[in-house]
Structure formats: C-alpha cells, structure tokens
Design a protein around this ligand. Structure first.
Ligand SMILES: Cc1cc2nc3c(=O)[nH]c(=O)nc-3n(C[C@H](O)[C@H](O)[C@H](O)COP(=O)(O)OP(=O)(O)OC[C@H]3O[C@@H](n4cnc5c(N)ncnc54)[C@H](O)[C@@H]3O)c2cc1C
Length: 347
C-alpha cells in the first residue's frame, strides 16, 4: 500500500480541522501537517452551511459569565461545565482571530462595532454574523489561509481505519481511500486528529452536509475509544418542508428568523409556542422542536405534515433585506418567506 509520512494527520476540513492545521503551523512552522478530507477543502462539511452566526460575549453589558450561564441553563444543566466555560471564554479570542488574522468580514453597526443579533436562549444579543450566510465567510477565509500555508492536502480521501502502533500504546496512522482512483493510502503520523464531526442520516428529515455519516465516530469506536453524550442530537426546529420534489427538504431556515420576531403557526394558523414556554418562538431549539412535534402528534399540521413559519407581519421588505439567503432559498422551492407562509418541520 502507498505510504505517506507526516507529523500531524488531521481528518476533516471544517472549522475544527482547518483551525487545527493553522494553529499547528503557527506553533511550529517546521511541522509536516496533512489534512485529509472526503470532499474538497472548504467545500464540504457543516461549517460552510452555518447561517445564523457565532455566539460570543463582546458588547458592553454582556460577559463571558452571562454567556456561560445561558449555555448551562439552555443545556438543562447537563453540559460539562469546564468545556462550556472554555467554549464561551475562547469564543472572544476566536472571533478576534477570525477577524484580524483570518480576514473575515462580519456585519457591523453604524458606529463600526460588530453587529450581534438575537438567538434563542440568549439573554443578550450576541450572535456575530455575515448576513444570514456566516459559514461561507468563515470557511472561505480559513480555506484561503490554509491554501497559502505549507500544509499537505489529501482531498477526496475518505479515512476508513485508524491503525494502532505496533506496541498498541497509541495510534500510528490511518488508512484512507483515494476516492478519485480507488487507491488505498496509509498515512503514518505522530498524532492523528479526528475532526470529522458526527452525522444525522438515521433521521427522516436532516440538514447537515451529506458527507457527515458518523464514520469518523465509527473509526474511533472500532479502535475501542469511548464515545460520550451520543444521545445529545440537536434538532433545529425549522427545517424547510418542501415536498417530495425537492432535495431542499430538511435544510435549515435559520434561528434568526424567530429571533427577529417570526411566528410559528400550526395547521389551524394559530400561534402555539406560548402553550409550551413563556419565551414562545424564542425558546431554545429543544423546546421549540418538542412543541412542534406535539402539534404534529395532535394532528394540527400543514398539508405536508409540519407547521408554518410566518414573517409577513414584520414587513416583507424588511424581511427580504434582513434575510436575503433564506428568502431566496424559499423562493427557489416556490415559497414566499417575506410575505407568505412557509411549511417547516424539525430537522
Ligand atoms: C445548516 C446548519 C446550520 C448551522 N448553523 C449554525 C450557527 O448558526 N451557529 C453555530 O454555532 N453552529 C451552526 N451549525 C453547527 C456548525 O456547523 C457545526 O457545529 C460546526 O461547523 C462543526 O465544525 P466541524 O469542523 O467539527 O465539522 P464540519 O464542518 O462538518 O467538518 C467535518 C469534516 O469532516 C470530513 N469528514 C467526515 N468524515 C470523514 C472521513 N471518514 N474521512 C475524511 N473526511 C471526513 C467532512 O468531509 C468535513 O470536511 C449549523 C449546522 C448546520 C448543518
């Protein structure tokens, strides 16, 4: 089998994988770093699909403590608090890095400060964004940095097995298939990082990138490594329900729509979320998803079996200007998000 030697093998090129490669090279420019990915660098995975934005405590009056508490309370006190704190604390560092070193342009207020919009479950407007297609900005800029860096890339290479070291004390590398030629390649590495994410393909309605199929997790499991919190699958409440003739069914209509004041209506065209939570449509995703499922179970559904999202009361022009990507996505499937009703289902 063809062999490649590297210091660090990173499998997956979403935000996690690309940042890891850049940080490794920053720490030691002499390291030989290899990125391997099923698709093309920066063109696959979920980071590119991020619409809403990046939560970070930046504004006057907001704080890392507040962001942390929103995260813990939103997670029903189940999150690992060390990890949650690290997430909230390093978000500040990361957003500065994304802007000042990676070169991302995010939306700004008239005074030049970063614009932060409302997201569910947040006690402060703290979502940094680029219109409603934030992931494309983040991944494109990261991709440019990685292309400019001295990093070895194996595109359209699917990792299929992690290989133990001869003394079985660690991992010696990974076997990959070059999907263009069918050739197997073994990459020997001093360190292997799995940045492959998980996968949703066991559910009828799902939104992540099609290359996310849990096979990274399977490789770890196969090696006897423990997986944790596997029951924590997030459902986004408002996936587009476009009918059987479109592959767009399941794609997310972003959280910011409800954050901006969008209504959810059941099949009888009645708002129902206040029957489930005081925050109504702005409750966290788990609560809104469960509320929608309950309406579906009780038979109060739209013709295609979901509920409606309605934005028209906010003014069609305002909606079209604030959420151009979402309006276009719906229009492509024959729905008028700015002025009409769009059928949605948890995804
Ligand atoms: C539609 C949508 C909207 C979202 N909106 C938001 C949002 O507004 N805010 C937010 O914070 N989060 C959002 N998220 C979640 C966010 O996208 C993810 O948490 C984040 O991007 C994960 O980054 P990652 O690098 O771990 O994974 P990904 O970006 O998914 O990258 C995984 C990579 O691994 C590769 N891979 C997988 N298996 C293999 C294999 N066997 N061999 C080789 N390569 C492999 C894939 O090809 C891909 O390149 C959203 C997700 C979706 C799907």
């Amino acid at each position: 089998m063809e062999q490649i030697k590297t210091d660090i093998l990173i499998i997956g090129t979403g935000g996690a994988g690309l940042f890891a490669a850049l940080h490794a090279k920053q720490a030691n420019p002499d390291l030989h770093v290899t990125l391997a990915v099923k698709g093309l660098v920066g063109k696959c995975g979920c980071t590119r699909m991020v619409q809403g934005g990046y939560n970070v405590a930046l504004a006057a009056g907001d704080s890392v403590e507040r962001h942390f508490m929103d995260t813990i309370v939103g997670g029903k006190w189940l999150p690992n608090q060390e990890l949650a704190w690290r997430l909230c604390e390093t978000a500040v560092e990361r957003i500065n890095e994304l802007e000042n070193e990676v070169g991302c342009f995010f939306d700004r207020n008239a005074d030049g400060s970063l614009h932060q919009k409302a997201f569910a479950g947040q006690s402060f407007d703290r979502t940094v964004h680029k219109s409603d297609l934030t992931g494309i900005e983040i991944i494109n800029r990261l991709m440019e940095k990685v292309w400019a860096a001295d990093v070895n890339k194996l595109e359209e290479h699917r990792a299929i097995k992690l290989v133990r070291s001869a003394d079985r004390s660690g991992i010696a590398g990974a076997v990959l298939i070059d999907m263009r030629s069918g050739v197997y390649r073994y990459v020997a590495a001093k360190a292997v990082m799995l940045a492959t994410g998980a996968g949703p393909t066991m559910y009828r309605y799902h939104t992540p990138s099609g290359d996310k199929t849990c096979d990274g997790l399977n490789m770890a499991l196969d090696l006897g490594l423990g997986l944790r919190d596997m029951e924590m699958v997030q459902f986004h409440p408002t996936g587009l329900l476009g009918g059987p003739d479109t592959r767009m069914t399941g794609t997310v209509l972003e959280e910011g729509l409800r954050g901006a004041g969008g209504y959810l209506l059941n099949g009888d065209k009645e708002r129902f979320m206040f029957n489930y939570h005081d925050a109504g449509e702005r409750a966290t995703r788990d609560i809104v998803s469960r509320g929608i499922y309950q309406e579906m179970r009780d038979g109060r559904t739209t013709p295609m079996g979901g509920v409606y999202i309605s934005m028209a009361h906010l003014g069609a022009d305002h909606v079209a200007k604030s959420f151009p990507g979402m309006v276009k996505r719906c229009k492509d499937c024959g729905f008028d998000l700015a002025g009409g009703l769009v059928e949605v289902v948890p995804t």
